[in-house]
Design a protein around this ligand. Structure first.
Ligand code: SAM
Length: 283
């Protein structure tokens, strides 16, 4: 007998992975949580039937959501992470000795508990003493902060369910207020390829662009995400991610990374024409 995990990448396209067994299944107050064991991707972690993280390709997402802002401003000391319950973003951040405080706000405690037990590859640094874990809504949390963080990373689910409010104009303007004058906001920015994701991506970009003086988009290839072509948003009050990159400074840190390097950092901001068209067009 063969068991397959299948997810819709669009209404007309499906993506399947052969699975060995189901490791965990549960329903939290917010979402359905599943973990499967597979040969190709190792363990895979899904929320409401959408892949969040796999052991094989999580390094791509976590390298690019963390090292791009950290290489742009090596002086980042106070970081707010919203969502990110699997722990991969915090794992990469804790590799920087210069970071003093990481506040992580995850709405669903059960996601963190399940990952601490079954997804140690990503959750292994959540007990670092610089990390403060808050189990509450990131939207409310950020609205109560002012002029506090050097970097906010929004490592969220898609704009449906509990993640919906993390794509609104109000939320982005609360992030702007929570950042100090050096502040950088990086968010997972959906995919440009299939319509449903592209609409969310364009909307998010337009809203961020209205609030931040610098607003750029960079791309990654993540095999298990819809279409494989995924984007991150980089918005900031003063840092330009390409012009202000000090490649030597980052390379001198000696951090080993499997995906990120400073040439790729620059190259990831070069976008295909169809994506540039989408970002410039009103939506
Ligand atoms: N890398 C992933 C991706 O893009 O597919 C995201 C992973 S992470 C597990 C997303 C987390 O965001 C989930 O654990 C979810 O519970 C959390 N989340 C969603 N809405 C939230 C909110 N309003 N406040 C805080 N956390 C939220």
């Amino acid at each position: 007998m063969e068991l397959w995990y299948t997810e819709n990448h669009s209404e007309e396209v499906r993506f399947s992975i052969k699975i060995n067994k189901q490791v965990y299944s549960g329903q939290s107050n917010f979402q359905r949580i599943d973990i499967f064991d597979t040969n190709e991707f190792g363990k895979i972690f899904t929320l409401d039937g959408l892949i969040m993280v796999t052991e094989k390709d999580e390094f791509i997402y976590h390298d690019m959501i963390v090292h791009v802002p950290m290489a742009t401003n090596p002086d980042i000391k106070k970081v707010l992470v919203i969502g990110a319950g699997d722990g991969g973003t915090v794992r990469e951040l804790t590799r920087y000795k210069t970071i003093e405080r990481i506040d992580m706000v995850e709405i669903d405690r059960q996601v963190v508990e399940v990952c601490l037990e079954h997804f140690k590859q990503t959750s292994c640094a959540l007990n670092d003493k610089r990390v403060n874990l808050y189990f509450e809504d990131g939207i409310k949390f950020v609205s109560q902060k002012s002029n506090e963080y050097d970097l906010i990373i929004v490592d969220s689910t898609d704009p449906i369910g509990p993640g919906e409010g993390l794509f609104t104009r109000q939320f982005y303007s609360d992030c702007f207020a929570a950042l100090n004058e050096n502040g950088i906001l990086v968010n997972q920015h959906e995919s440009p390829y299939y319509d449903m994701y592209a609409k969310a991506m364009k909307r998010a970009h337009k809203r961020i662009e209205e609030i931040f003086p610098i607003s750029k988009v960079y791309q990654v290839h993540i095999p298990t995400y819809s279409s494989g072509h995924w984007l991150f948003g980089f918005a900031s009050k003063k840092y330009d991610p390409v012009k202000d990159l000090d490649a030597n400074a980052w390379n001198n840190l000696g951090l080993e990374t499997k995906y990120y390097n400073t040439d790729l950092h620059i190259g990831s901001f070069a976008l295909p024409n169809y994506v540039m068209d989408m970002l410039n067009r009103d939506c």
